[in-house]
Write a protein that binds this ligand. Sequence first.
Ligand code: DON
Length: 439
Amino acid sequence: MRSVIPDYLVEALRDVEPDGSGEQAGYIPELAAADPERLGAVFATVQGEVYGAGDIDTEFTIQSISKPFTYALALTDRGFDPVLAKVGVEPSGEAFNQISLEGDTGRPLNPMINAGAITAHSLAGPEGLSPAERVERVIHGLSAFAGRRLRTDEAVCVSEMEHAHRNLAIAHMLRSHDVLTEDPRTVVEGYTRQCSVLVTARDLAMMAATLANRGVNPLSGEQVVPGPVVRQVLSVMFTCGMYDAAGDWATQVGIPAKSGVAGGLIGALPGQIGIATFSPRLDPHGNSVRGVSLFERFSSDMGMHLMGVPAAARAVVRANHVLGSGPDALRVLQLQGGIGFAGAERVVREAVNSAPPEVRVAMDLTMVYSIDDVARRMLLEVARRLTLDGHDVYLVDPESILPDPDPGDGGRVTVVDIVEQAMPSPHTVETSPLKRNVL
Ligand code: DON
């Protein structure tokens, strides 16, 4: 059987293909000459599966899509405080190349507009790097996100530098506020080289998938940046990634995203996939016209809007029943799915409401595939309170989905592999080799 996903992508491209509106970026002559008909789309899962259609291996320059990744490198290399001291996180509601700074602090409003991105470039790598070493740090970092060594397009870089008056103006303004501490032209040259890194839609989808995968490249397995940095970057992409179209984007598409003036567009859906599209004609905000249409369609067809309410929590308690009878009876709370705060709250409520009269109580995790940290702590606290109320508490956890199940302070939990081992039959409870640990 053929996978349905590439066929879906082909159909989506066919639908947007006739739209010839928009223009290539005119202010960089090399980009104005790009083939406007190019069109491609890629999904890359956090497991490293790649699905694509159209022009997915055509190289083009990354442009502003480099911004979230360079911001991630700066946060990783310098730490949060020094970076936040120089670049804010507020949506600007302004064009990407607006010459503006935050009124009270003098910082650029966010790292997605050029003022913040030029500053973030200056903060990549440890302090004291030469401009060339800093560019190398950035290219090396972008390559780690993509999972292959990337290179720059010197013609695009030179072409942009020849017309970089606006970015130079921004950099001089940053220098006058001591946000930049180096020669403004040198920093703009480094930033422009960063923007001229060549990528394909396939690369961009993998870079986005690395963000979706908490900073671990799904193919190489490399932890490119730490989890807290990814959270910061995705948050800023969500609120600022589409510049003065960020509000429309957040409501209609609802995926943290970033666009570039060469026609690339990425989105990262945490825990699921990285998406990239490529189509060079741009709308007045500098975002790819057909890329935006594709993302709108992906979001609604695939239920990808981050604010779409998941139904998962309701179904966490699959069953609440009693096995056996009399003093040997065992109360079993059978749980399922992925458990976060809302799911754990459901378990707490079930335990409180049913106030089990049975001495033995088991939480069966056999059908649970993940428990986040807060849910883990809540389930262990349920176990501790049940113990204090006089119950013998069992965790049926054959795959150690709840590691280190120590409820602490007066709590006691017996971990077993199958629910029958929580029953008081002499050959299962006292002597079974499968009964694993008592905490
Ligand atoms: O700084 C610039 O103007 C370009 N190198 C990048 C701008 C860009 O990609 C804006 N995004 N849509």
